[in-house]
Design a binder for this molecule. Structure first.
Ligand code: GTP
Ligand code: MG
Length: 228
């Protein structure tokens, strides 16, 4: 289940604009800064396939001229946070399936109405993207659960979107400012808190983009999901 080939295909601003070749796909979603792009790079063993950043969605900046055109053509496609386009990034793996990098949620500096736009935009993708096999919800295991992560898990559970929990930054040691808990304790707490949202507890994987912990497990899990 290794990645032999990975290529960036396109950034889309709407579900309808995503690739239409019918290949199965897995979406990485999580709070801004949780480590989505780092995980994607770890999965494909590249340093910079998806740009990692300190501010959200740098990657999409390169398509702003395209966005502007779409903006003019159709107001409903205006997905823009602080001048940065928020979009769905498709990476084709081994010419047979997609990894999808979504913009992070919960970016505190984003104005409220634009956050609502973001919500509509990604939720439409989750509900209507027929080739989406499973959402991989990334949760930072180095800190205690955040309300916005619980809200998100709750929404996915209520809408019965197939989901896998990916705990990130499991290499980080406990720190006083992080509530003094180890990653293992934080991830157990999180799973307890979301129990009520799901009929069966979602599968979960511990990862680190620093040590590449969990990389093979994620790829194997994705291969199994594709073969169902
Ligand atoms: P946005 O695109 O802004 O939504 O963020 P993102 O979720 O793509 O996060 P990104 O991969 O850019 O990582 C954010 C920060 O966390 C960077 O400083 C990374 O170096 C760091 N980071 C990501 N994964 C890990 C990890 O597994 N361990 C540690 N220690 N740091 C990590
Ligand atoms: Mg990113």
């Amino acid at each position: 289940a290794q990645v032999a080939q990975a290529e960036f295909v396109k950034s889309s601003v709407r579900t309808e604009d995503c690739p239409s070749d019918g290949l199965p796909e897995f979406a990485l979603v999580g709070r801004s800064n949780v480590g989505k792009s780092s995980l994607l790079n770890s999965l494909v063993r590249r340093k910079k396939l998806a740009l990692t950043s300190k501010t959200p969605a740098d990657f999409c900046v390169s398509i702003i001229p395209l966005m502007t055109a779409i903006f003019e053509a159709d107001d409903s496609a205006s997905i823009c946070v602080l001048g940065k386009t928020q979009c769905i990034n498709h990476f084709r793996i081994n010419d047979s399936w997609y990894l999808v990098d979504l913009p992070g949620y919960g970016y505190a500096a984003a104005p409220r109405e634009l956050r609502t736009d973001w919500d509509k935009f990604t939720k439409d993708y989750f509900l209507n993207r027929s080739t989406l096999v499973s959402v991989f919800l990334l949760i930072d295991a180095s800190i205690p659960a955040k309300p916005i992560d619980l809200e998100y898990a709750s929404w996915l559970g209520q809408n019965q979107i197939p989901m896998t929990l990916v705990f990130t930054k499991c290499d980080k040691r406990k720190k006083k400012k992080n509530g003094g808990k180890r990653p293992e304790e934080n991830l157990n707490d999180f799973q307890e808190l979301i129990q009520g949202f799901f009929q069966t507890a979602p599968p979960w994987i511990m990862t680190s983009s620093v040590t590449n912990q969990g990389r093979d497990e994620i790829l194997l899990h994705m291969a199994q999901l594709r073969n169902y």
